[in-house]
Design a protein around this ligand. Structure first.
Ligand code: GLY
Length: 397
């Protein structure tokens, strides 16, 4: 009997979902640790060269130089978040100190109501810091940020306004990326007991589910609403190949966003939506063998199109969470493992190169020929998050 059980265990263990593709987390974090030390030096060099500067954190490499952004840039919170992840994995004091220092540069965004990007900026930095430290100050910043973000909610449309810019094209643009900002609102309700943040998040998720998706569960990038009636005026793209194409990172935001909404609400409609989006992403004929998507699923010259490692990192991280809720757990884990294995073996920078970025081959905005086939801070952020989620699942199994 004992021998039989051991045999069954051995078979299950060998074929178990988490071992479909083993990821060398230790090696991956060693590379990330070493690269981030390089990055800290590169950031200091750029800042020193500028004298007094508002530049806060690294975003990408542009014309061979490290590009830093101010706190109001939508990407400003990712690097502090990476530092928190490094602290979480290594426990090294230096990462905690750096994480706190870089997070403090972003905190002023809690009062900036001019954009929807509050979640990206504040939740990825301060929110990650709060999850790890439970520092009351961070909780207060999250709450104030949620109050500021809530001012962009319009009860007539039922959604949060994304951009104040591009008024020549859209009256009231809402982008699929905005799903990612809901995590901050849900967390603010958890912290305060004030359900108004939760209700805004649910309304935004529901209206987006109704208007942003095609019958095959791919997502449009931009939906333009009439702010007085809530009517949909346009369904278009900004960073995708065409209005009717499936921009890869947009699909990634959608998958991650609805999975996260299910975490907070347990609404089965969100779980179903996340599963349907995952079906589109994973079964698409243009998904490459290594599961790192081209920048748009409908890009015209596939396979001769740039990849988007950032989309793969967001999808992998989202799939690890989704695997914890879904009956299709095994298949999601296998796909996420394969993606993460590809990223950690084929898309990582050699140590000492690329200004200290961790991953290569992401695409910011191909239509405007901006940030094509380059490192991007958000690719690195979601890659480290995916590695930690993989490790968390493996430790439990
Ligand atoms: N939120 C902008 C982007 O995904 O590029």
């Amino acid at each position: 009997m004992k021998k039989f059980s051991l045999t069954i265990c051995a078979v299950l263990f060998a074929s178990g979902p988490l071992l479909a593709q083993k990821i060398d987390v230790k090696k991956a974090f060693k590379q990330a640790d070493e690269q981030t030390l390089v990055m800290l030096k590169e950031v200091e060099k750029v800042k020193a060269g500028k004298g007094k500067t508002d530049l806060a954190t690294p975003r990408t490499i542009e014309d061979g130089a490290l590009k830093l952004v101010g706190s109001k840039d939508w990407t400003s919170g990712f690097f502090p978040g990476e530092l928190w992840f490094l602290y979480e994995y290594t426990g090294k004091k230096v990462w905690m100190e750096q994480a706190r220092a870089y997070t403090s540069l972003i905190e002023q965004e809690q009062f900036n109501g001019k954009t929807h990007d509050m979640g990206f900026k504040v939740y990825c930095s301060v929110g990650t810091g709060y999850r790890i430290t439970k520092d009351r100050h961070y909780a207060d910043v999250i709450i104030q940020s949620a109050k500021t973000l809530a001012t962009r909610f319009n009860p007539k449309t039922g959604v949060i306004l994304s951009w104040d810019h591009s008024r020549d094209k859209w009256v009231n643009p809402v982008i699929i990326d905005n799903m990612m900002n809901l995590e901050l609102l849900f967390e603010a309700t958890t912290l305060t007991g004030d359900s108004s943040f939760y209700k805004i998040a649910v309304s935004h998720a529901n209206v987006t589910m109704k208007n942003h998706f095609r019958p095959d569960y791919s997502s449009y990038h931009v939906i333009d609403y009439d702010p007085n009636t809530g009517a949909v005026l346009k369904k278009q793209t900004h960073q995708g190949y065409s209005h009717e194409s499936a921009w890869s990172r947009g699909q990634a935001w959608a998958l991650y966003g609805y999975t996260m909404c299910y975490r907070f609400t347990k609404d089965p409609a969100y779980l179903k939506q996340a599963e349907n989006i995952a079906g589109f992403i994973l079964n698409h004929k243009n998904m490459p063998e290594d599961l790192v998507p081209y920048w748009d699923y409908d890009a015209p010259n596939i396979p001769n199109e740039p990849r988007d490692a950032s989309a793969a990192a967001v999808i992998a991280s989202g799939l690890y969470e989704l695997s914890g809720y879904s009956k299709s757990k095994t298949s999601y884990l296998q796909k996420a493992d394969k993606m993460l294995n590809s990223l950690s073996t084929k898309y990582v920078s050699p140590v000492g190169k690329n200004k200290g970025f961790i991953l290569l081959q992401s695409t910011g905005s191909k239509p405007s020929n901006s940030e094509v086939d380059v490192p991007l801070s958000y690719a690195d952020y979601y890659y480290l998050e995916a590695l930690l989620r993989y490790k968390g699942l493996k430790d439990k199994s």
